[in-house]
Write a protein that binds this ligand. Structure first.
Ligand SMILES: NC(=O)c1ccc[n+]([C@@H]2O[C@H](COP(=O)([O-])OP(=O)(O)OC[C@H]3O[C@@H](n4cnc5c(N)ncnc54)[C@H](O)[C@@H]3O)[C@@H](O)[C@H]2O)c1
Length: 377
């Protein structure tokens, strides 16, 4: 049994605490550590880093941890790996400090607020010779793993289009508390749904369907005033909905709506419908339903008659055929194997920068009202 130190910044936040500390790092230890290919097991020693010592002490106490500090550089001295799930705006400075200290770096998306900074991070990590990775959790969701299985098995024939629907109602914070942090709704604090979600759509589309050639997006602020954690009204300066069209290499057209101002009339909070010449699928976070060309009904347009066919009944559930672990944990294990035994890990800072590039082009497309080509970085 070996031990490695993992400095974790942002563990008092939603993602840092629940998905990364509890569901990934501590869960890996609970299963007896990470098993390497030579049979050794590796235990992770979390070093909690943050701005507020009392909050860190609270998190540490809840999980029987003892190592926490507000001093990033001191934490890095004891760490092999640095992980960052801070608010996006705080990421670049802290990650660069970790790279300078020669630590391997793993970070939430987006890796930066601009392409320039995201590329600088990727270059700095390469120059310093440290392993680097960005969170691309959606790829490891059961629903998307089933979708990948369908693609690899040739189920679709020629894929024509992808339509994605993401979102839910985020309360304004006055008569009901908002369920997301207020910085997400302020552009000056690194918020906005395009910067938040387009990096996800980037790796989902590129890993499953092909390189993105162009983007057209319309970002909107539907709810102009929200109330923050203290109950104070503030102007929402960031986009809270984005309507995007992406043209992919090979001719697939993807259209994805992202919104925090939509009420859910779907089975899941995100769903992708994929239509191909031989079959179609609708994948969510966990489930995936399909309809083959041979079982496709023949609807005839006639508004004079009530619809009698129950269209949703004509779809079939894709079986699990496997046990699905938490997606964040799967990716942590892949990254740690990359660090410890040089296993392949394609989700690096260069991939992170391409995600930021798509967000930046989406924002420009919206501001200028035109389609933007996505050039190779
Ligand atoms: N992979 C995903 O599915 C996913 C989902 C949500 C958020 N995220 C990303 O994770 C990051 C954190 O998001 P979150 O929703 O957990 O946010 P959060 O507000 O809940 O947590 C933010 C964390 O950053 C810390 N922080 C450091 N500097 C700060 C500052 N100046 N102001 C405020 N907080 C500061 C906070 O203390 C806290 O620990 C973001 O970059 C976001 O894009 C990823």
């Amino acid at each position: 049994m070996r031990t490695i130190g993992v400095a974790m910044n942002g563990v008092t936040g939603r993602m840092g605490y629940r998905q990364h500390l509890v569901r990934s790092v501590l869960a890996i230890n609970e299963q007896g550590g990470l098993a390497l290919s030579d049979g050794t097991r590796v235990r992770l020693e979390p070093i909690l880093v943050g701005r507020n010592e009392a909050k860190l002490a609270g998190v540490a106490a809840r999980h029987g941890l003892t190592d926490y500090t507000t001093d990033l550089e001191a934490a890095l001295e004891r760490a092999d790996v640095y992980f960052d799930a801070q608010v996006t705006q705080a990421r670049v400075k802290a990650v660069l400090t970790a790279i300078d200290a020669g630590k391997h770096v793993y970070a939430e998306k987006p890796t930066a607020e601009s392409v320039e900074e995201a590329v600088a991070l990727a270059r700095a990590a390469t120059a310093r010779g440290v392993k680097n990775g960005v969170v691309q959790d959606k790829l490891f969701l059961p629903g998307l793993l089933k979708l990948k299985r369908l693609i690899d098995g040739g189920f679709f024939g020629r894929i024509l289009s992808v339509r994605g629907e993401f979102g839910y109602w985020v309360f304004e914070g006055d008569w009901q508390e908002a369920q997301r942090p207020s910085w997400n709704y302020r552009a000056e604090d690194g918020g906005g749904i395009i910067l938040d979600m387009f990096p996800h759509w980037h790796y989902v589309l590129e890993n499953l369907f092909g390189r993105i050639k162009s983007v057209y997006a319309k970002g909107v602020t539907h709810i102009p005033t929200r109330h923050d954690e203290q109950g104070n009204a503030y102007p929402a300066t960031a986009d809270d909905a984005a309507y995007g069209i992406f043209e992919l290499e090979g001719g697939v057209i993807a259209q994805i709506n992202s919104s925090w101002a939509v009420r859910v009339n779907r089975d899941e909070l995100v769903e992708f419908q994929v239509d191909g010449t031989h079959g179609s699928a609708v994948a969510g976070l966990r489930t995936c339903r399909i309809q083959h060309r041979a079982t496709t009904p023949k609807p005839v347009w006639n508004p004079d008659l009530p619809a009698t066919a129950r269209f949703r009944d004509g779809w079939q559930e894709v079986p699990d055929n496997a046990e699905f672990d938490n997606g964040f944990k799967i990716q942590w294990e892949l990254f740690l194997r990359h660090v410890l035994e040089d296993a392949p890990f394609p989700y690096d800072f260069a991939a992170g920068a391409r995600g930021v590039q798509l967000a930046e082009l989406g924002l420009r497309s919206s501001a200028e009202g035109r389609r933007m080509a996505v050039e190779s970085l």
